[in-house]
Design a protein around this ligand. Structure first.
Ligand code: S3P
Length: 173
């Protein structure tokens, strides 16, 4: 977090299935901030699902959109933003989040992530024959990015409300 922080956005990052959206909604409710879901905004803007964007235009196209929207959003204040799990692979995105607010990262074990994501098929990166293996590999690759967050909460064994409380307690004054 920058000592010259002027914006007070909260960016929720973390792997797919770590509860960014539900935790973000709870935080926004408690703080009376706006809640934004980056994936949802991308889908609205493109009038396509994330799965279709990946299939028709490819991951690089999606990542460019994600970065552009994050840049636009970061110009406003008092927002809780739920980001897609891969936002952290671009170091400029991490910098931007930290410059315009607090970067939070949610963690959970691969087994819990599998349990939370297996009911859904809208995540193109997990639509593979062995999703647990994919989760473990991707999580290991991304860990060094996620660990740059200002606040880290493992919510494998706690509820959405408990996760939000932990984040609220860790926010700077
Ligand atoms: C992705 C995570 C997804 C979505 C896209 C790519 C990733 O968001 O942005 O499928 O690379 O981890 P959620 O983390 O909200 O599922």
């Amino acid at each position: 977090m920058s000592p010259f922080l002027v914006m007070n956005n909260i960016y929720l990052t973390g792997f797919m299935g770590t509860g960014k959206t539900s935790t973000g909604q709870e935080l926004a409710r408690q703080l009376k901030h706006n809640f934004l879901d980056l994936d949802e905004l991308i889908e609205q803007q493109e009038a396509k699902t994330i799965a279709d964007i990946f299939k028709e235009k490819g991951e690089a196209y999606f990542r460019a959109l994600e970065k552009k929207l994050l840049t636009e959003i970061s110009r406003k204040d008092q927002q809780v933003v739920s980001c897609g799990g891969g936002i952290v692979i671009d170091p400029e995105n991490i910098l931007l989040m930290k410059e315009t607010g607090v970067m939070v990262c949610l963690f959970a074990t691969p087994e819990i992530i599998l349990e939370r994501t297996r009911k859904f098929s809208h995540r193109p990166l997990l639509n593979v024959p062995d999703p647990l293996e994919r989760i473990s590999v991707l999580l290991a690759q991304r860990r060094k990015f996620y660990e740059q967050a200002d606040i880290i909460v493992d919510n494998s064994a706690i509820s959405v409300v408990q996760t939000a409380v932990q984040i609220l307690k860790s926010l700077p004054e």
